[in-house]
Design a protein around this ligand. Sequence first.
Ligand SMILES: Cc1cc2nc3c(=O)[nH]c(=O)nc-3n(C[C@H](O)[C@H](O)[C@H](O)COP(=O)(O)OP(=O)(O)OC[C@H]3O[C@@H](n4cnc5c(N)ncnc54)[C@H](O)[C@@H]3O)c2cc1C
Length: 301
Amino acid sequence: MFNRMIVAMLPVIPKGIIHKVSRRYIAGDKLPDAIGTAARLDREENAWSTIDVLGEFVEERSVALRSKAESLDVLAAIKDQQLQGAAGLSLKPTSLGLGIDEDFGTDNIREVVARGRELGVFVNIDMENSPYTDATLRAFRKLREEGFTNVGVVIQAMLRRSEDDVRSLAEYKPTVRLCKGIYKESRTIAFGDREEVRANYRKLLRIMLDAGFHPAIATHDDPLIDDARALIKERGLKNDQYEFQMLLGVRENVRRRILADGHHLRVYVPFGEDWYGYSTRRLKENPEMAGMIAKAVLLGR
Ligand SMILES: Cc1cc2nc3c(=O)[nH]c(=O)nc-3n(C[C@H](O)[C@H](O)[C@H](O)COP(=O)(O)OP(=O)(O)OC[C@H]3O[C@@H](n4cnc5c(N)ncnc54)[C@H](O)[C@@H]3O)c2cc1C
């Protein structure tokens, strides 16, 4: 109840407070912050990462081109630091202009994926809200048809269409991140009930494994993690046939346990100055969010 009240108040809470309580979710403002985090995760935890330049829903071509240049800089830095085995790149398609014009956005994504291929870096196309699902999947399909294999995409278990989407991607045996989906969608296209989303997640993971996908199991939800672990065991999967993924700053104890059990796990490492949208989405998912904000407001920490 208190959490819901604070969620409703988020837009009027000063940005300084939001920044303070959401710092744990973001590597920093600059590229060296993200590269440093990826190197530390690799060195200290043997965890992989996928680096994301914060920014989304870009409406101007010049901003999309800047975002593309920043993504290219990430690829170069990964190569410079010889982190290609451990670090990849995640892209928000609308930050590269997919919402301005589909061809323009797809061309920008292609340029980044092509540079990734040259440098030996994997590039994942994130999935945003439903107005962009078709265009994002079309861009992914186009790149796969053109022969790029260093590219992945995301499927959201909350969407009713996802089973059809998974089946339609099967021919590529792709690397696909499976997550619940973070964006607010209408009940006509999305499951609204928590258990329905979980059930669909379990079903989609099985379809992916049956079809020879390399699934990235992206969740912090214990029942889904336990189910995936049981499935991996039951099917005798080797740890190069799947990976777990988690967000920076979320359930680090669970992350360490998964790694300690010999699974590969990739951490989503966002950085940049455009942190507000990402941070508020993360705060809304944090069950302790209301308390953290109240403390920051009342006690200044
Ligand atoms: C690597 C990765 C990439 C993603 N990429 C996308 C994408 O491209 N498109 C998209 O729509 N969504 C993406 N998501 C977000 C995803 O869709 C979910 O919104 C998010 O993972 C929360 O769902 P959950 O499965 O972890 O379950 P939840 O039920 O939300 O969380 C399970 C438990 O984890 C803990 N927890 C969860 N979030 C937080 C938090 N922020 N702070 C503290 N504790 C928390 C809580 O204890 C909670 O009870 C991604 C998630 C991950 C892990």
